[in-house]
Design a protein around this ligand. Structure first.
Ligand code: GDP
Ligand code: IMO
Ligand code: MG
Length: 469
């Protein structure tokens, strides 16, 4: 980071405290004046890790590797549609809602306000982790502003999907309908669940409204308010010890100089604004989502790292210009074990698409990218990179917003020689076969950012950093 930027940050934090105290705004906060006036210690690296394709890039693995250098891990959007795999000492862990770095001891994970939480799924995940030795009671915090998923969200997700002409291929977890309620200002948050007077009132209104909707549009049977009240009240009691004011929690952590790693779920091309709309999820998976979904300012973020696979995959429907023909699809799917970590669905696979990855680098402001699953291409004679799209006689160099156009685009490929050598044991860039090095250098040139980490296998130790960290 340039020195000028550092000194600007220092003077800003001093200035902010002094202005707040001068206006008497400190009265509103239950903290001492000296606490407000003291400048924040100079920040350590607060990192955002974000998927730079259509999800499943190997974020879980990269987050696990980088969590070693973080104190607090924060999930900022999505829900249990996510499946983040971490393999340590031959044991596989799949994280859905809980941040993926918690296998390291003494870390604390926050589920931020931007996440939609199915309490049953969260409790199950906590129980599974606890049974495998993670001190969940200490390590998992839940923002009181996070929205809750109810069974009617899940039902709506399924019936809406079944009734759509152009299917999205959602995970059926109720994610979209829960975000709909959030934006419509009729959602129920963790803070409501913890309020024994307010919760029954809000829940009754929601259940009645959803029952009317489900009956009128889909002829679906109603949900029982009494049953949901009893079930969710029990969840509330179980989750209460984990609930925190997320903004205060992170503010205090930063004041103590703790390093924060923000974990994106899904990927840039599944982002509600910047993805292949409508074939997207319902949240901002991009780096900006870390601010709104955790309750920190953009100035709190020091670095953004995008994660890309050495090829491309997607689950669900929607255009995918570089999708493999069937034989190659089967080969790469088998070698890369490309089956959804949440739903088990086979993932669609294709060549690396530099247009979508560069779009992701721009939207997220990636400082660098981590490349995963290089080993999956080890046996290829030739590897291809999509460097443009052809639409009739026109060549397009930027990722288009028009999905009809994207669907008819033909990829323009650059072919490079394969390396036909195993890469799983490489521990440094120059230990990679020359052709693999050339492939990675070409990706770097096309994405216009450095590659900072390479993963050549699913195990924690099959990854190495590149350059200065
Ligand atoms: P995420 O959603 O981005 O965290 O990714 P997933 O966990 O859904 O899918 C990535 C899959 O690839 C998991 O099965 C990982 O264990 C696996 N994986 C991650 N990195 C590598 C790698 O470098 N090589 C191989 N062969 N597998 C990897
Ligand atoms: P991680 O975090 C890959 C896809 C679904 C579907 C679309 C909308 O593991 O990378 P939703 O249930 O979110 O409304 O479905 O988004 N999708 C993912 N694809 N990885 C994920 O998460 C995904 N989460 C959602 O397949 O196409
Ligand atoms: Mg996944």
């Amino acid at each position: 980071m340039p020195n000028s930027l550092r000194s600007r940050q220092r003077s800003n934090s001093l200035g902010r405290g002094a202005r707040g105290a001068g206006r008497g705004t400190t009265k509103a906060f239950p903290v001492s004046l000296s606490h407000v006036c003291r400048p924040l210690p100079r920040r350590h690296k607060n990192l955002v890790i974000v998927g730079a394709q259509w999800g499943d890039e190997g974020k879980g693995k990269i987050i696990d590797v980088l969590s070693e250098d973080a104190d607090i891990l924060v999930r900022y959007q999505g829900g249990h549609n996510a499946g983040h795999t971490v393999i340590v000492d031959g044991h596989e862990f799949i994280f859905h809602l809980i941040p993926s770095g918690l296998l390291h001891k003494h870390k604390v994970g926050l589920i931020g306000n931007g996440v939609v939480v199915d309490p049953e799924a969260l409790i199950n995940e906590m129980d599974r982790l606890q049974a495998r030795g993670v001190d969940v009671r200490r390590a998992v915090k839940l923002s009181d502003q996070a929205h809750l998923i109810f069974p009617y969200h899940k039902r709506l997700d399924i019936v809406e999907e079944a009734g759509r002409t152009g299917r999205i291929g959602t995970t059926g977890r109720g994610i979209g309908p829960c975000y709909v309620d959030k934006i419509a200002r009729s959602g129920i948050r963790v803070a409501d669940l913890c309020d024994a007077e307010e919760f029954p009132i809000k829940l009754r209104a929601c259940v009645e409204e959803k029952n009317r909707l489900l009956k009128a549009l889909y002829d679906e049977p109603p949900f029982s308010y009494d049953e949901l009240l009893a079930r969710y009240s029990a969840y509330g009691k179980r989750l209460a010890p984990h609930v925190v004011n997320g903004v205060r929690f992170l503010r205090d952590a930063m004041a103590q100089g703790k390093r924060i790693l923000f974990e994106g779920a899904q990927g840039t091309l599944l982002d509600i604004d910047h993805g292949t709309y409508p074939y997207v999820t319902s949240s901002n998976a991009t780096a900006g989502g870390a601010c709104t979904g955790a309750g920190v300012a953009p100035t709190a973020i020091d670095r953004v790292i995008g994660v890309v696979k050495a090829y491309t995959t997607r689950v669900g429907e929607g255009p995918f210009p570089t999708e493999f023909p069937p034989v190659l699809m089967e080969r790469i799917r088998a070698k890369g074990k490309e089956f959804g970590a949440t739903t088990g669905r086979p993932r669609r696979c294709g060549w690396f698409d530099a247009l979508i990855a560069r779009h992701a680098v721009w939207v997220n402001g990636c400082d660098a990218v981590a490349v995963t699953k290089l080993d999956v291409l080890d046996e290829m004679d030739t590897v291809q990179i999509c460097v443009g799209y052809r639409d009739g006689k026109k060549t397009i160099h930027d990722f288009p917003s028009n999905m009809r156009l994207l669907s008819r685009c033909q990829p323009v490929y650059e072919s490079l020689p394969g390396w036909r050598t195993p890469t799983g044991d490489a521990a440094a860039f120059d230990e990679l076969p020359p052709a693999a090095q050339r492939y990675l250098k070409r990706l770097e040139a096309l994405l216009e950012v450095p590659i900072c980490l390479i993963s050549t296998g699913s195990k924690r130790e099959q990854a190495f950093k590149i350059g200065r960290w």
